[in-house]
Ligand binder design. Structure first.
Ligand SMILES: Cc1cc2nc3c(=O)[nH]c(=O)nc-3n(C[C@H](O)[C@H](O)[C@H](O)COP(=O)(O)O)c2cc1C
Length: 182
């Protein structure tokens, strides 16, 4: 590797595989687009936080992927974000609820808030991601108790709408947002 070769890190945290799928698609697309660059893929887990922090320090640009955990990202992702002082960062994520850009923007704003003030924030993109079947069962149990509750019905509708995500279109949209931001 020559000393002026660019390094791009794609690091992600994923519990069920949705964010991993986005990260893998990003890695492939960026490796193709920037064939002179070194594009690295790393998984963020509580055990790899230090390793990912070191990889991000060595990288020119980092794309950090998170799944929406109670409105934000997990602690291990926050631990990585906090170390990105002065670095160029793009955020990507998946969330169970979708259908509204404002909802994704709110989540991204909160996660971005975990970056140090001097991080160069390049932008962010999110898509919906399927949830586990146990969530639907929980909703069905709630509906059995309150059969006319429109909120619970809407939650079940959202669950079903989330099942195909991330779709090919979701991946393409996030790749496009990342490419135009880097
Ligand atoms: C413990 C837990 C908390 C979650 N909290 C939210 C939430 O606050 N908002 C939301 O839209 N989705 C929420 N979800 C759904 C996930 O963000 C969504 O399914 C995501 O795509 C999972 O990504 P992964 O497959 O990479 O783990 C939650 C899921 C779990 C398991």
């Amino acid at each position: 590797m020559s000393s002026n070769q660019q390094t791009i890190l794609v690091a992600y945290n994923s519990r069920g595989g949705n964010t991993r799928a986005v990260a893998q698609a990003l890695e492939q697309a960026l490796a193709q687009e920037y064939s002179q660059a070194d594009v690295l893929l790393e998984e963020i887990t509580p055990d790899t936080v230090e390793q990912v922090r070191a990889a991000a320090q060595a990288a020119d640009t980092s794309l950090i992927g998170f799944w929406c955990d109670k409105g934000s990202c997990t602690d291990e992702v926050a631990d990585v974000l906090q170390s990105l002082s002065g670095k160029r960062v793009f955020l990507f994520g998946t969330a169970g609820f979708g259908g509204s850009a404002a909802y994704f923007d709110r989540i991204l704003t909160g996660v971005r808030g975990k970056l140090p003030q001097d991080t160069v924030y390049l932008g962010g993109a999110m898509c919906q991601g399927k949830m586990s079947q146990s969530v639907r069962q929980r909703y069905e149990g709630m509906l059995a108790q309150n059969p006319d509750d429109p909120k619970i019905k809407a939650m079940i509708e959202n669950f079903d709408a989330a099942q195909p995500h991330p779709t090919k279109e979701d991946l393409a949209a996030i790749i496009s947002a990342a490419k135009s931001s880097l």
